[in-house]
Design a protein around this ligand. Structure first.
Ligand code: ZN
Ligand code: ZN
Length: 377
């Protein structure tokens, strides 16, 4: 069974009002319950055809049906009593649908239905080195974006002329109609078709922007990146997005930061983490280590008897806080390395140490360890 109203009336989509009326009259004669002796099938079709005719004979409803398809009009087709059923969820959805598909970009719900339309928000990625993100930097971003037409200064009207108030909607940008329908009285509201919802008409459009009031151009901006930002942070440059059509306010430019990694440091919030490998001798006897931070060399004091897993903090040598004073720390975690590849002399010294401390180790050149060692040679 066809649900398309045009199919139901056996007409095509270009049918004139007369075609629609003639088609309905013919089908109504054919299907009317009085002419069919109460045939339930014919009666059902008669109701559907009538509902289709009710919609298509009204230019406003026909336009809406064409735009939103049978889903939007089904409620009315079945004679529902809730007017919202016709709109598939309330009048708000109609406006969202109109402005969501706005050919002017941007817009959307909540930005008002009339007057200048706001330009779209734009996005761009800025690559930064690890140090630039930590200490802040200036970065250049380039993009192609609609900018206000300098010839007409955004009005869309050729120089020396100016836009006039739309006579159809008197500048409101939308047209309201009150009408009687099978659902009762309905107030419908739609963007004015004459001025495309802008409220103004341009008789002599600017030649450089064809009346749009904006042109797409290559633009570049220098972005001040504050110290302390991280990979995935986003900066918003207010008003640097697309210019609105015909002098509408511009959208915003969102700059997403992509930060490269560092060979030694990882970021943990505002702290920088690092693993410090120490030989057994330094870990056991203590040492002063020249530790390379992002700001320069620091003297890191390793006390005697330092174990694997011990954490040292170099306070204030981490990442500056983005929104306040102060910096994070460098957090250094110690890993003690067991000596390998020892000479005979080194091994002998270590055996003396073991004997002195009463630690029993595998004997020289015998037993399971030397066999394993020779197996790997
Ligand atoms: Zn222009
Ligand atoms: Zn208008």
């Amino acid at each position: 069974m066809p649900t398309d109203f045009y199919e139901l009336l056996e007409i095509d989509h270009n049918a004139t009002d007369d075609d629609i009326r003639r088609a309905y009259r013919r089908l109504a004669r054919e299907l009317h319950p009085d002419a069919n002796g109460g045939d339930p099938h014919a009666e059902e079709r008669f109701k559907e055809v009538t509902a289709a005719y009710e919609t298509l004979r009204d230019p406003e409803r026909r336009r809406r049906y064409d735009m939103f398809g049978p889903e939007a009009a089904r409620g009315a087709g079945q004679g529902a009593t809730d007017p919202n059923a016709f709109f598939g969820g309330g009048l708000g959805d109609i406006f969202d649908a109109f402005f969501g598909q706005s050919p002017f970009g941007g817009g959307g719900a909540g930005r008002g239905r009339t007057g200048p339309v706001q330009g779209a928000d734009l996005e761009v990625v800025l690559e930064l080195s690890f140090e630039e993100a930590v200490f802040g930097a200036q970065g250049d971003v380039g993009l192609k974006a609609p900018v206000t037409c300098s010839t007409c200064e955004g009005s869309g009207a050729s120089p020396g002329t100016s836009p006039t108030v739309c006579p159809e909607c008197r500048g409101a940008g939308e047209v309201r109609r009150v009408r009687q329908s099978i659902l009762g009285q309905m107030v419908t509201s739609a963007p004015c078709s004459r001025c495309r919802g802008l409220g103004r008409i341009i008789a002599d459009p600017c030649r450089d922007c064809r009346g749009e009031g904006r042109r797409t151009e290559q633009r570049s901006y220098t972005v001040d990146v504050p110290a302390g930002v991280d990979h995935g942070s986003t900066l918003r440059l207010t008003g640097r997005g697309a210019a609105g059509p015909r002098g509408g306010p511009p959208g915003d430019l969102y700059v997403h930061l992509s930060v490269s990694t560092h060979p030694r440091f990882q970021r943990d919030g505002y702290d920088l983490t690092n693993v410090l490998h120490l030989p057994v001798s330094q870990a056991a006897l203590g040492a002063h280590i020249e530790f390379e931070t992002l700001d320069g060399t620091e003297d890191l004091i390793v006390p005697p008897g330092t174990q694997t897993g011990r954490v040292f903090r170099l306070r204030g040598r981490g990442v500056p806080h983005v929104n306040s004073r102060g910096r994070g720390d460098i957090v250094v975690e110690v890993v003690v390395d067991t000596p390998t590849g020892m000479t005979e002399a080194q091994e002998e010294l270590l055996r003396q140490l073991a004997a002195e401390r009463g630690e029993v180790v595998a004997p020289v050149e015998s037993g399971v360890f030397s066999r394993i060692r020779s197996a790997f040679k």
